[in-house]
Ligand binder design. Structure first.
Ligand code: DAH
Length: 341
């Protein structure tokens, strides 16, 4: 075929092919096929070398003309397709801003966390600082340093999850006491909130994990009266009213003397119910004067310094505050329950 014929045939073929283009991708492919390095127009240019010399400029011009026609046609169609595709996209992604939105429900703190923060806030207001201890701890800090020797029967009061012979899940936030004594200058007045674990049967009143807040105050001339005054003030601020309490002597190896405080059961108001084991009272705190052996374990001279300590059960306090009768509610993750707080 002569070059001239070839030019015309390509021109015709192109306009046919162009008519079949639908998407911008089709058009890109078409462009490569005609104008690319190995496209039909370049092939024409190459074949020019076989033409007669006199014909070369004329044919060259014709090929260039074809090339420009094709380029222009492709460009025009490209603009059309692009704007159509954009329209389509905009149509598809159109947002009706007049539609009412979906209401997002706000999350909230778990009631136990709310109570924990509240108690910590009150205690901070009363001059305590906050320190944290580890959930997984050594037998030393959880027991031994707190005056529970290895075979002491008091260890039976706290059913312990042991990880190794020496490592355990702390049974009490009291594990921070000696750590804090070791690390801080005197006087010390701090609280330590945290999670505790005990290998107990889960019931309405006890769970295998729960939260406590430990408090200690160590200084010269700290007395038992300071402890009672602090606790009374704590109840007043926490419940925002006078709460009926009673203090009983009790035993914890790391305090002497030791006490427990009960609050009049908020569920039955003393009448007796399942929550208070029909006693009318709920135990919320253990406390006492820090045992000299514990001060010594923390490197403090008991001849010069005294201190008090207390440990509060947060779940129990939350039950009391809201009149909830079963501690298991807290871990069931039932939104109907949790959304009430
Ligand atoms: N750690 C004790 C418990 O879990 C509670 C306790 C009692 C803490 C007396 C104290 C304390 O700091 O002085 O049963």
């Amino acid at each position: 075929m002569s070059i001239e014929k070839e030019i015309n045939s390509i021109r015709e073929k192109f306009s046919e092919d162009l008519g079949r283009v639908v998407t911008s991708k089709d058009l890109e492919e078409l462009k490569v096929r005609y104008l690319g390095k190995k496209g039909s127009v370049s092939a024409l240019m190459i074949s020019l070398k076989d033409a007669e010399d006199a014909q070369k400029p004329i044919l060259g011009k014709s090929i260039n003309l074809l090339k420009n026609e094709i380029a222009l046609a492709i460009h025009e169609l490209m603009e059309k397709i692009n704007s159509a595709e954009l329209d389509q996209k905009l149509q598809k992604e159109k947002i009706d801003v007049t539609l009412p939105g979906k209401r997002r429900r706000l999350g909230r703190l778990h009631p136990v966390s709310q109570m924990l923060y509240k108690v910590v806030d009150v205690l901070i207001d009363m001059g305590f600082s906050v320190q944290l201890g580890p959930d997984v701890d050594s037998d030393f800090y959880n027991f031994e340093a707190l005056n529970f020797p290895k075979d002491h029967p008091a260890r039976d009061m706290q059913d312990t999850f042991y990880i190794t012979h020496d490592l355990l899940l702390r049974t009490q936030t009291s594990n921070v006491q000696v750590r804090v004594m070791e690390k801080n200058p005197l006087p010390i007045r701090m609280v330590a909130p945290g999670r505790c674990f005990r290998n107990e049967t889960v019931s309405a009143r006890s769970h295998i994990f729960f939260h406590q807040i430990e408090g200690i105050y160590i200084d010269k001339n700290v007395t038992f009266a300071d402890l009672l005054a602090t606790l009374d003030e704590l109840w007043r601020r926490l419940f925002e009213k006078e709460i009926k309490t009673r203090y009983r002597p009790s035993y914890f190896p790391f305090v002497e003397p030791g006490i427990e405080a009960d609050i009049l059961c908020t569920q039955c108001h003393g009448g007796g119910c399942r929550l208070c084991k029909f006693s009318g009272w709920l135990e919320v705190i253990g406390a006492g004067m820090i045992h000299p052996e514990v001060l010594k374990a923390g490197g403090i001279d008991p001849e010069q310094y005294q201190g008090y300590a207390f440990g509060l059960g947060i779940e129990r306090l939350t039950l009391l505050r809201y009149g909830i009768s079963d501690i298991r509610r807290f871990t069931e993750n039932d939104n109907r329950f949790l959304a009430q707080f």
